[in-house]
Design a protein around this ligand. Structure first.
Ligand SMILES: NC(=O)c1ccc[n+]([C@@H]2O[C@H](COP(=O)([O-])OP(=O)(O)OC[C@H]3O[C@@H](n4cnc5c(N)ncnc54)[C@H](OP(=O)(O)O)[C@@H]3O)[C@@H](O)[C@H]2O)c1
Length: 337
């Protein structure tokens, strides 16, 4: 069954025109177990064919290998693809779990050049600060990012895991096209300040992990049973007793999916779009997949509309979720609001 090409939307006031659903590329290189590279490469092509134009990577995914993987695809389709990448999370292959958050201008200037080299590009379409280091004045970091725009290395700026107040402060230094933070049926803390502020400022929202890292789809029940290299084995929401309790919260998703002859993944994606309508802002979720079949399933969600009664069934879910969004919440926006 073929589906219509996705409609497009402006990614924030003055931002690029993109398909209303993007593609998260992270899992291709790390975090979610082994990847069939040929299938992943074919998924990128299938995404573009379906009208997905926003492709999301970061310098830290696979220690730069994710940027290297998507680079040839972006170069081959340069006029159609909007490539987003990120800086700020410094890692070392010697100790893969260690993270240092870097927002200082010298680091940003070096990071963008490294990303451009790995992608094989002259310019990045959307450059995000991946995580905030509150020790560095935000105006200094965003000022350095703005200089990259002036230098022609970056077209648009974005922020990830920021509060509403941080977004407002950054936007006063240089227009911010998009905020990328976790937003799903299970993760709604952004609706407190980041989402309303983005709506007010005309900034788009790019929900990451809109499928709850796969848990909302029913693809796995207990991340503790996933392969050794899978990051979700340490995820507080998807392991142990929390996974059992949270699994019970998926019943309404399944019920709604059945009523529409759809899947839980599609219901989860339709929910994000309809919540964005309530808040009055542009939203471009970036579900991650490495498989063409799932790509087709996810993009088909663009035509699904949930009824008011169905939205009401999903309304209480997030408040009942057991466990944090990350094993270590200290680098997220939670707690800085
Ligand atoms: N800014 C940040 O801090 C941040 C943090 C996390 C992620 N991200 C970005 O956001 C993107 C998306 O988030 P995510 O990948 O963490 O989580 P997600 O999109 O919620 O879920 C991805 C997982 O769901 C599976 N999946 C996808 N579609 C499915 C379907 N229709 N049915 C069943 N399973 C399905 C994928 O497996 P397969 O690949 O095997 O299909 C993968 O394991 C990432 O790729 C990354 O670019 C950003």
């Amino acid at each position: 069954m073929t589906h219509p090409v996705l409609p497009t939307t402006e990614l924030g006031t003055g931002g690029p025109l993109v398909g209303v659903q993007g593609l998260g590329c992270m899992g291709i290189s790390e975090f979610y177990g082994p990847t069939d590279s040929d299938e992943a490469r074919a998924t990128l092509d299938a995404a573009l064919e379906a009208g997905v134009t926003l492709f999301d990577t970061a310098d830290m995914y696979g220690f730069g290998r994710n940027e290297e993987f998507v680079g040839p695809f972006v170069r081959a389709n340069r006029d159609e693809v909007v490539i987003a990448t990120k800086f700020a999370v410094e890692r070392s292959e010697d100790d893969p779990t260690r993270r240092a958050i870097r927002n200082d201008p010298a680091y940003i200037r070096a990071a963008v050049d490294a990303s451009l080299r790995r992608l094989g590009l002259d310019e990045i379409d959307l450059y995000y600060m991946h995580r905030r280091d509150p020790a560095v004045p935000l105006a200094e970091s965003v000022g350095a990012m703005a200089e990259l725009v002036e230098a022609g290395k970056v077209r648009h700026l974005g922020l990830s895991e920021v509060t509403g107040a941080e977004l407002r402060e950054a936007h006063a230094v240089h227009p911010i096209a998009a905020v990328q933070s976790e937003w799903s049926v299970f993760a709604r803390d952004v609706e407190r300040s980041a989402v309303p502020t983005a709506a007010e400022l005309g900034v788009a929202f790019v929900p990451y992990s809109p499928l709850g890292r796969g848990f909302l789809t029913g693809a796995f029940q207990d991340a503790g049973k996933l392969v050794e290299s899978d990051f979700r084995r340490t995820h507080p929401r998807y392991t142990g007793d929390n996974a059992v309790a949270n699994g019970e919260l998926l019943a309404p998703l399944r019920e709604i999916a059945r009523a529409h002859d759809a899947t839980s993944a599609q219901v989860a994606l339709a929910w994000v779009h309809q919540r964005a309508e309530v808040h009055g802002l542009t939203v471009v979720p970036i579900p991650g997949t490495r498989k063409r079949s799932r790509l087709a399933e996810n993009t088909a969600a663009a035509t699904l509309r949930l009824t008011a009664a169905e939205l009401a069934l999903l309304e209480p879910v997030a408040d009942r979720v057991a466990g944090d969004r990350y094993p270590d919440m200290s680098t997220t926006s939670v707690g800085r609001e």
